[in-house]
Ligand binder design. Structure first.
Ligand code: ATP
Ligand code: MG
Length: 485
């Protein structure tokens, strides 16, 4: 964090937008402040595009007048029901709101809103570090109004509510998710009293819509170290409510002196590993959910100890209902996560054995264009503390990777198209769709994936003719005379 004097703040605000905001506010004789994330990020030296402006009076009137000054190239949207307005200009969004006082009833996060002072407006904000205001009027330009010592908390790296945290969280339970999200994004601690209130109010999260929860979860997921957020969610009891499938992994069972690993912390390590290598949100989700089938598949087998057979398959099966419940997208993004969860053991199994061309070809066939993401996930999944074991795996993965490249070059399996398709086979033998065609198509696919024949038309033709003959099928005279065979 950098400490800024009033002069330094003024310098940072020396651009067309802020000059026009000052001009507009002064002309309208309105008190006007920059608030929220922009002020926080000014001190943290973080980039922000959203500018939040509070006007003591009408935010809409101020926005309209500001937009006229900005002129061509800006767009204005007015939300009369909420008393807010938004101006977009270049890459920036400027939100205007009149200073307000809010009061909440128990069963809704929609408050009753009245006009208020700047102080009222700061009281309704979620965290001390988000409640700081900087005056934009000419005579007080750059003056910081910080009634809850947000600046100290920024310096200490602390998330704390301005008022009684029980009231803040009970009024709007989404703030509990925001609390953990900011702690994760900024790598801040949650103040002790604020954290206790999270524990006491966790149940209240049930009045928040899935979409809003997911917005926050996605932000936690895209932070540099997502594990921090999930540890806090688990510690305060929120995770049990919003993602019980993940929370259930937080257990270690011991029998006859043998313990299995804590799959919750293992999972978080995998997510952090992925986060260090990829910015893909859905790959991070796949990492988060890759082991959720484990509790259901867990068995104690006296001869071997703890086993989790088929946990990848069970995990894949759990995903559609989990996605539906959380309002996650039910489209190809679900399919992608399912595919990775389903296949996440395959490269490990291959790497644990002799790496055959056939196994690699089949892996490539099933993973298709997601093969690189799958390999990243599998490498991230090796969290063994046994360094020798870990090194061996990673070395074998290198072998798998180089075979993947060789085989793809040779056989083009990634976007597999058989060199002879069903229609061609039907024409060749004068048949309609039937079991035999299905059998021949499958046999051809297997022969290519197992490396019995190359992925080429001529070889495929020979193979089909031989296979068909074994079934008593022969090409038609037409096919022979047209040279198809
Ligand atoms: P970012 O945009 O990086 O997520 P931000 O602090 O700008 O962070 P926004 O959601 O854009 O967060 O909200 C802007 C400001 O509005 C916050 O800084 C905070 O003061 C206030 N705010 C937003 N949501 C809430 C809420 N649920 N309860 C109380 N205050 C809120
Ligand atoms: Mg913002």
């Amino acid at each position: 964090m950098t400490k800024l004097t009033q002069e330094e703040i003024i310098k940072k605000l020396d651009n067309r937008i802020f000059q026009l905001l000052t001009k507009t506010a002064d002309e309208l004789h309105r008190e006007c402040y920059l608030v929220g994330g922009y002020v926080r990020d000014l001190f943290l030296d973080r980039p922000t595009n959203d500018i939040d402006v509070v006007v003591v009076g009408s935010g809409i009137e101020m926005a309209e007048s500001f937009a006229r000054k900005l002129g061509k190239g800006c767009s204005l949207a007015v939300f009369r029901n909420f008393g807010t307005a938004q101006v977009k200009w270049k890459h920036q969004e400027i939100e205007f709101v009149g200073a307000r006082k809010e009061s909440y009833s128990h069963d809704s996060r929609k408050p009753v809103v009245e006009n208020g002072t700047l102080e009222d407006d700061q009281n309704r904000r979620d965290f001390t570090i988000n409640a700081m205001a900087v005056c934009l009027n000419g005579d007080r330009l750059g003056e910081l109004v910080d009634p809850f010592d947000g600046l100290w908390d920024l310096e200490d790296g602390l998330i704390r509510t301005p008022l009684d945290p029980d009231i803040t969280f009970c009024d709007d339970p989404l703030r509990m998710m925001r609390c953990i999200r900011f702690a994760t994004q900024l790598n801040f601690f949650i103040d002790e009293e604020t954290f206790s209130a999270l524990e006491r109010n966790a149940e209240r999260i049930s009045i928040i819509s899935g979409e809003r929860i997911i917005d926050e979860l996605n932000k936690i997921m895209m932070a540099p170290t997502p594990s921090k957020g999930f540890v806090e969610l688990q510690r305060c009891g929120l995770l049990q409510i919003i993602l019980p499938e993940l929370s259930a992994l937080d257990i270690v069972e011991t029998r006859n002196g043998k313990s299995h690993k804590n799959n919750f912390y293992h999972t978080l390590e995998v997510v952090d590993n992925i986060a260090a290598h990829s910015e893909k949100l859905w790959l991070r989700w796949a990492a988060l959910l890759h082991d959720i089938g484990k509790p259901k598949s867990k068995r104690w087998e006296p001869a071997v100890g703890w086993t989790f057979h088929n946990h990848n398959y069970l995990g894949k099966k759990m995903l559609p209902s989990l996605f539906r419940r959380l309002k996650l997208p039910m489209d190809e993004r679900l399919k992608y996560v399912q595919k990775l969860v389903d296949l996440h053991m395959r490269p490990i199994i291959i790497a644990d054995d002799i790496v055959t061309d056939s196994a690699v070809r089949r892996l490539l066939f099933e993973a298709g264009n997601d093969i690189d993401d799958l390999m990243l996930l599998c490498e991230a999944d090796i969290t063994s503390k046994n360094e020798v074991r870990k090194r061996n795996f990673l070395q074998n993965f290198k072998l798998v990777r180089s075979k993947l490249v060789d085989i793809e070059e040779k056989d083009r399996i990634r976007q597999f198209q058989p060199p002879i398709d069903g229609v061609e086979i039907m024409q060749m033998f004068g048949l309609g769709p039937c079991q035999e065609i299905g059998y021949l198509k499958n046999a051809l696919k297997d022969a290519i994936l197992d490396g019995v024949i190359p992925n080429e038309h001529e070889a495929a033709l020979q193979f089909i003719i031989e296979k068909a003959a074994q079934k008593g099928l022969f090409p038609t005279a037409d096919a022979v005379s047209s040279g198809q065979t």
